[in-house]
Design a protein around this ligand. Sequence first.
Ligand SMILES: [Zn+2]
Length: 494
Amino acid sequence: MTDHPTEPTTTDSEAEAVRWTTPPTDGGERLDGRSAALVSADRILTGRRGQVEGSLETIGIRTSSLSEVEVTQARTAGQGGAVLLRGRDILAVGTTAELEGHLAELLPDVDPNDVVRVDLPGTTLMPGLIETHDHLPTSGTDVEYPDYGPHEVARLTLNAARAARELLSEGVTSVQSLGARHYVDVALRDAVDAGDLRGPRIIASGPQITTTGGHAHHAGGAADSLDEIRRQVRHHHLMGADTIKAMATGGFMTDGSAPWFAQFTTEELRVLFDEAHRLGRWTAAHAHGTQGIERAVRAGVDYIAHASFVSAAGRSEFDPHLADEMARAGVYVDCTIVADLPGIIAADPTFAPPARQLWEHGVRIVAGHDAGIPASPQRAYVGGLQALDSVGLPRTEVLLAATSRAAVAIGRAGVTGVLAPGFEADLIAVAGDPSQDLAALHDLRLVVARGREFRPDRVEGLAASQAPTEAVGPSATLAEWRERSARAARHPEV
Ligand SMILES: [Zn+2]
């Protein structure tokens, strides 16, 4: 009788185990997004405000005058902070001693010895970072609309996949895409959700809705009447967009579209946002000039990108009354404070987005960097947070702007951005304490996206630059416009 090996019988759990014959893994993951795991560190920043004004809620060993020996003793006594994960969710948050002491109640069906333990001395655990304004498909290019000829869709998709990995390598576990041709961001979102590619949670907008020849019209979302606007919104919905983005004003990157002029009337914007809300979509508006900001706010938008208050005089002219109105309306605002903006402001202060003033008026500032456009690479995310700090936003506010507040700003309240039971397990560990020094965010020790660890690629992060930078982007455009009015002024009256 020949020796035929018997066909192995496969139980359900084995079938699950062999699903990853060629696992889409980066190797060395400690957290697989399925098991129960206890991640411990010196402390946790939960993403909530603390009791003391201007502080952040902290669990575990606070950064104070403790010596290294005292910190070690406190950790040994279980006074560090820990997060208990089950699959893709957070089950509990507390001190290490509290969670270890309650494992049997928290996980009645799991042998405590089977709980994966990841201990990270010297680190702070905090919610994964959130980029609220990104252009995934043009990432890594030096023009806003690269020409890939017949390979356009494929190349944009590949760019976007690379950008998503780069963001995750910076500790960004959620990203709102605010402009993507061919709905590349929708497809990428689905691929990440399905586990085919690693990347942050993606909130996708597809192409921006604009006017014919208006800002970013190359993206293909032009609409010129109320009916066309409704049709565009419905088409975006059909194509699977999460956020509907309108170009409320012109922009710096499209020739001949002046950022201080509104592109749509208030009525047009109202129809756009109402239709989006009717379909359960989130809404965002690109708005530089005062008129466009005002119209978008009055039309009921959820999120405003830029809010630079740039005027026809070619400079930022802050409007405190409009800021109050924005605060009352509760809109979320990114001032697009990119890593080299402090340097740009040093060289030419005319274009200084008023993040600090808006915040003083009670406007909800979040961390959006227009990442993916030229001069704002994804890898400069943390540098952008440092830049937000250097233009006057308190560090506590910067951290909220990058985590829990950002989660609400992208329509994911109660899902991510906070370390608390019931939230998805999006978290990072960084060496040191970012509430004391944002530079700590450059030293990532753990990235977990929806319960599954990601081993970051080697991405060279960019710190905020204070060095005066030659005018590029907005300041270059503004300089051109100022020159144009200066020329017009020297013309004789005829
Ligand atoms: Zn943008």
